[in-house]
Design a protein around this ligand. Structure first.
Ligand code: ZN
Length: 438
């Protein structure tokens, strides 16, 4: 039997109680329409908005409410059976299966719930990330809570709002908090690159030697793929070095003008899209012919003028696939251009030698062009950001760096050690510019 919304009991009187803001511009998530993979007894769900589901049962005095109605939210609830929730990541416009999801649970205090993904397993190597303080701090639930494609969570009495995510979220609000720390910093300017299709602001940060004539210019980008959140913590670490009054910081402030675009796919980040392989092509395949995304169009328009042949390094930060070979190490994606590949190898050696953070890094992990997924066939007729920026006059090092979502070797990824890797990148960047770029 096919379940649809009309078969659920709607209780309009309660709607006002769960008055979460709705994002009119967001694509509709349709949480309860799919046919459940198993039979559900005593299923009684009230849907309040397209992104909020309330489950009423005697054992839940406050009603169990599962919601994605906040920045970054993503999940489809297929059904609820007792204390088991059936769910899956909302793929939206992705052309290939991807694994990003982020939701919150209210009203479950005292219960142990099982979250079952009946389809392909989108749980990472450390289990889900969990937050009990409205998304301010996160920890990994750990793989012990995971069984196959499900995880369980025991809600304590005080657990009013518990959030679960595939990894550790990073949204516009995180960037705002980071920038607040540097509000009056003379080495930082926060500008707007452009507006997104949905009217959001795409931030563009200028940092370092922003007045006068810098010796070098450096471009930093992240979130060409919306869901690749760990990359953003690394970007924070990198910027922190450039903005701080330390020996390294002062060197950047005297020599380097940095342009950073923290969210290339800003709509995707805030809407909680996968972003990777979105149709007709994603932001990191939009650098050929006429760009279809305003942010990519603006980068292609602005960066060459800004560079004035001084742009020497461009680093595009990404996260790899969910797990497995190449996805549990930090690595540089080798360029098809042999001169740039040479520079990438040099930078990799420097990075390995200056690393101080917890996350391991080996220059040997670089993925040469032509290996694994990094082939001409993968890009087809499209052009990535790194390839486009590598073609700019005077460029030396244009590179993509992949930072895993949950573990680097045996080290568990946290917001802090992902930032520390960003500080490692800044140290390597300084040495590379000083010694290798004349
Ligand atoms: Zn990516």
């Amino acid at each position: 039997m096919h379940s649809n919304m009309s078969s659920y009991l709607i209780m309009p009187l309660l709607i006002g109680i769960f008055n979460y803001p709705t994002y009119a511009s967001s694509p509709l998530t349709n949480p309860a329409i799919e046919e459940p993979s198993v039979k559900h007894d005593a299923l009684e769900i009230n849907q309040f908005t397209s992104k909020t589901i309330e489950h009423k049962q005697k054992s839940y005095p406050d009603s169990l409410v599962i919601s994605t109605d906040f920045p970054g939210g993503n999940v489809i609830i297929e059904g609820i059976d007792g204390d088991t929730i059936f769910l899956r990541p909302d793929q939206r416009d992705s052309s290939t299966w991807w694994f990003y999801w982020y939701f919150r649970v209210c009203g479950a205090a005292g219960h142990t719930l099982k979250f079952q993904f009946p389809d392909k397993n989108p749980i990472g190597t450390q289990g889900p990330a969990v937050s009990t303080d409205v998304g301010h701090t996160w920890s990994w639930l750990g793989s012990k809570t995971v069984q196959g494609s499900s995880f369980t969570y025991k809600f304590e009495q005080g657990d009013k709002d518990v959030r679960f995510c595939f990894s550790i979220p990073y949204l516009e609000d995180n960037l705002r908090q980071f920038l607040q720390k540097y509000e009056n910093n003379p080495h930082l300017e926060v500008l707007e690159l452009c507006k997104t299709r949905k009217g959001r602001r795409v931030e563009c940060l200028q940092a370092g030697k922003i007045n006068g004539n810098p010796k070098y210019r450096v471009l930093l980008t992240a979130r060409h793929h919306a869901c690749e959140m760990i990359a953003s913590y690394t970007l924070e670490g990198l910027l922190e070095v450039i903005l701080t009054n330390t020996n390294s910081g002062r060197w950047f402030q005297d020599n380097v003008e940095v342009l950073a675009i923290p969210f290339v796919d800003k709509d995707g980040v805030e809407d909680g899209d996968q972003g990777k392989n979105r149709k007709p092509h994603d932001h990191n395949r939009d650098y050929n012919n006429s760009s279809i995304y305003p942010s990519v169009k603006a980068i292609r328009n602005y960066v060459p003028r800004w560079s004035n042949k001084k742009l020497k390094v461009a680093i595009d930060l990404h996260c790899p696939y969910i797990r497995g070979e190449y996805n549990e190490v930090i690595y540089i994606v080798g360029s098809s251009d042999s001169a740039i590949w040479q520079e990438q190898q040099e930078f990799a050696t420097i990075l390995e030698s200056v690393r101080e953070g917890q996350l391991p890094y080996s220059a040997k992990s670089s993925l040469p062009f032509g290996s694994a997924w990094n082939t001409a066939a993968n890009y087809g007729k499209f052009k990535s950001s790194s390839r486009w920026v590598g073609e700019q006059p005077g460029m030396r090092l244009a590179t993509t760096i992949e930072i895993p979502y949950a573990n680097v070797g045996t080290t568990v990824v946290t917001a802090d050690n992902a930032r520390a890797f960003g500080r490692d990148l800044a140290r390597a960047l300084r040495l590379y510019l000083e010694n290798s770029v004349k």
